[in-house]
Design a protein around this ligand. Sequence first.
Ligand SMILES: NC(=O)c1ccc[n+]([C@@H]2O[C@H](COP(=O)([O-])OP(=O)(O)OC[C@H]3O[C@@H](n4cnc5c(N)ncnc54)[C@H](OP(=O)(O)O)[C@@H]3O)[C@@H](O)[C@H]2O)c1
Length: 325
Amino acid sequence: MAPKAPYILLGAGGGIVPNSSPEEMASLLKHIQTLPVPIYGIDTAGVYPMPDPGLSERVLGKAGIGETPLILDTKILVGQTVDSSNGGALSKVNLQKSMDKSLEQLKVKKVRVIYAHQPDTQTSVAEAVEGFGKILKDGKAESWGVSNFSAAQVEEYAAEAKKQGVPLPTLYQGQYNAIFRSPEEDLFPVLKKHGIKFYAYSPTAGGFLSTKVAASDGAELPSRFQAGHRAADRMNAKYNKPKTRAALVSLHKVAEAQGIDLLGASLRWLAYHSPLGEGDGIILGASKVEQIDHSDGEIAKGPLPEDIVAEYEKLWAVAKGEEGS
Ligand SMILES: NC(=O)c1ccc[n+]([C@@H]2O[C@H](COP(=O)([O-])OP(=O)(O)OC[C@H]3O[C@@H](n4cnc5c(N)ncnc54)[C@H](OP(=O)(O)O)[C@@H]3O)[C@@H](O)[C@H]2O)c1
């Protein structure tokens, strides 16, 4: 039997969740609980999906997420969706309004975790922490988390929470995968120090860590990397680099010779060979049910052979060298 994987959640950032009808979503919510590695719940946000903020929460609400045993995490509104006349995203008023809107859309009385989706430099740390403390006191979330914060910002928030007697954030949500492992250096030690668990988003680097990309040496790319997609420039600049692609092609050849799928191996690396441990999580992204089934089935296969793990170390050494270039 495979060792216990970190918590697996399904992300509602784009793809299948906002593109489902409430009926389709209700049946998907049942389906994900039956998979070999159970999917424990849903990660959403007030702003998902970017072109139509709120749609993911509304679909989940209409599908009856609150009636299921699934974990439900969401995030405070950011960017264009913030009412700037009330200050920044984490100001006293905006924080409570965003929380209430999410609960209304999700048709639930509380969520498991409410995250600050990103830092808000307009609002003082003291005001933001007080706001999260109020949400907890009002019983609207079991705990709170932060996402996309620097290690220094986590330290600042943790110190302020201690000062105010507000419980510390329980979760940090950040980008982390086999070709983006920088959080290991500065962020993970700070999280460990404060007992904050890490949930990894973009576990397959937007689908870049896949057989399709490696077998075609980048001639075939996932949707987010293709011309015309609003994220294409950002995704290509971050991941689609010549030396990293060449290292991915080599890794794929070694994996393929052993009948190992590259996307599955990248998820297995994250689940069983990265520093992620008990209480940490992986947030899957998918545009189709088949992708969820495939990813989950791959994680269920357990740890990778040692030579493949060694190939992942080589891949990271190359990707790290190209970071920022
Ligand atoms: N806190 C934050 O700021 C933040 C930021 C980003 C994401 N997130 C959360 O994390 C979740 C997941 O992130 P992500 O979407 O970036 O994850 P990801 O795994 O890096 O990318 C998902 C994409 O990879 C491809 N893919 C995934 N599984 C596949 C499979 N089995 N076979 C073939 N292709 C597959 C699909 O591409 P195609 O669409 O081309 O089919 C899919 O849309 C989001 O939904 C959201 O909940 C949070």
